[in-house]
Ligand binder design. Sequence first.
Ligand SMILES: *Cc1c(COP(=O)(O)O)cnc(C)c1O
Length: 385
Amino acid sequence: MIPYGKQDINQDDLDSVLEVLKSDFLTQGPQVPIFENNVSRFVGAKYGVAVNSATSALHIACLSLGFTKGDILWTSPNTFVASANCAMYCGGKVDLVDIDPDTLNMCPKALETKLILAKERGLLPKIVVPVHFAGQSCDMRKIHELSVQYDFKIIEDASHAIGSKYLNQYVGNCAYSDITVFSFHPVKIITTAEGGLATTNQSNLAERMNLFRTHGITKDKNLFDIQSEGPWYYEQHELGYNYRLTDLQAALGISQLKRIHRFIKKRHILREGYEKLIKSEDILLPKQDKNCYSALHLYPIQLRLEALTLSKKEIFESLRDQGLGVNLHYIPVHFHPYYKKLGFNRGDFPHAENYYKRAISIPMFPSMSNKDQEYVVSTLLKTIK
Ligand SMILES: *Cc1c(COP(=O)(O)O)cnc(C)c1O
């Protein structure tokens, strides 16, 4: 089976992890702060807070922005549910903004229209979470402009987009947002097995996220309510969580980050391969926005179903039967029973729904060979015929 995505682990990665295993610290040692520094320096942000998943990062990002009961968060329907769940963890509410069918990202025009309506009704969001789908940045300049006008905070869900660029700057430098969140799940661009990281340029947000990552506990005596009672002393100031990344994972991340350019370059070679080899009017390839350089986490094609005799389901099943680990990104958030129960309906976000009907993610990962790619393309073209 050729999977849709896969990690690339080499001897350096193994050695790095093994070294930590033999050391004194398996968690909360020196590797985590090094990883945080390396990632934040790489993307051009002042602070980085590493946690055990992007889901955790989204949660503490919301908490640090003071998002609480009754507050409203808006995100894209074309995302993994974690982008919306973070609001629910905080007792908040979720609403969605339909995508632009060209970029597959949150549509800035739809966002503006919805904001005008929400203002009239007193239902403005406290946080908007743009998701850089497949690695391609959202129109952050426009979204940031709207955030000033309508007074909301921005958390970029860049789970797909470490190493991506927007207007020639790395996603994650928070030029147009308060916080950016990355994921290091094995299918993403670089991996720590499980893991995530939030970047920000605001020291108070970094401090708050640090607190929420470890039980709400601080060991900084400058922050204590009372004078320290002794060397053992620490204080819990908030209800936080255990969202820490281990030193083992951080060591893997440090090693992986050294190869990020190689990984993304290879993904672009594969993209060029697909663009050259897939010559079919019945298959729409993902468009590359000229303002962006995508890390190409995913390669989602769309089928022109009205011209095909087989259904999407039949094509998908047939590809799987022939050894292609195709996948689908994403089932629209509001289609899930949990969100349906909150009042969403089919038909609410037609562009995301139409995309969902036609989309298939085909294999895209750094260790994929030319032969693999030729097999993927010939199987795909033969199957839809
Ligand atoms: C993978 C992913 C997440 C969650 O990442 P984890 O590290 O697995 O928690 C969140 N949002 C998007 C868009 C993702 O693709």
